[in-house]
Design a protein around this ligand. Structure first.
Ligand SMILES: [Mn+2]
Length: 195
């Protein structure tokens, strides 16, 4: 039985086939991890950078968020680069950690209208050594998280409340209100934790 429910909305720019956005999520006995990356530029090279990052996370899910960011960054030397957000929920300590680098968002919600947007680290991952901030907060018994790339507009962020027990309802109602064609690759991941 999963403790975390996930639904994903993804659309490429102008109805293109390939999106430069990549994501991955996984739940184990002890934790849940979700990562969302947007490769710089567009097309194939953007995709390459975001996939490199996501593969690193897939292969090292036991690592702390800080180390996942560090490892991802190291792999991007000589590549386009990527922005990245990682959310990790620890079921044992009942806490969650977030790190986001660049223009990719994470919102934590504990009810309708009760949302807190995570402050990202500036810049992007490009292989340069840098220290990235990770925030840690206690889990609330029922809460939602929204992770999204910069294809999501500010208007769309304001018009959707994003708090619903059913994650599919969040992504479906987002899709219904969303603007087509997309001006940029767009990914919105709705995540719900229930104790
Ligand atoms: Mn983008």
């Amino acid at each position: 039985m999963n403790r975390v429910k996930v639904a994903v909305y993804q659309e490429a720019k102008n109805g293109n086939e390939t999106s430069g956005d990549s994501y991955y999520y996984c739940e184990t006995e002890n934790e849940f991890v979700c990562a969302l990356a947007d490769g710089l530029g567009s097309g194939e090279f953007a995709r390459e950078s975001s996939e490199i990052v996501i593969n690193i996370i897939k292969e090292n899910i036991d690592y702390a968020v800080e180390d996942l960011v560090k490892k991802s960054n190291e792999q991007l030397i000589g590549k386009r680069g990527a922005v990245l957000a990682i959310l990790k929920i620890d079921f044992n300590t009942k806490s969650y950690s977030i790190s986001s680098i660049g223009n990719v968002g994470v919102i934590a919600l504990t009810g309708v209208g009760r949302r807190k947007r995570n402050m990202p680290n500036v810049g992007y991952l490009s292989g340069h050594q840098k220290k990235f901030k990770v925030i840690s907060e206690p889990l609330v018994n029922e809460m939602n998280f929204i992770m999204f790339t910069d294809g999501v507009s500010n208007r769309e962020l304001t018009e959707n409340n994003f708090y619903d027990k059913e994650v599919e309802r969040i992504t479906k109602s987002f899709a219904l209100r969303s603007e087509y064609p997309r001006k940029d690759d767009t990914t919105l991941i709705a995540i719900r934790y229930e104790n």
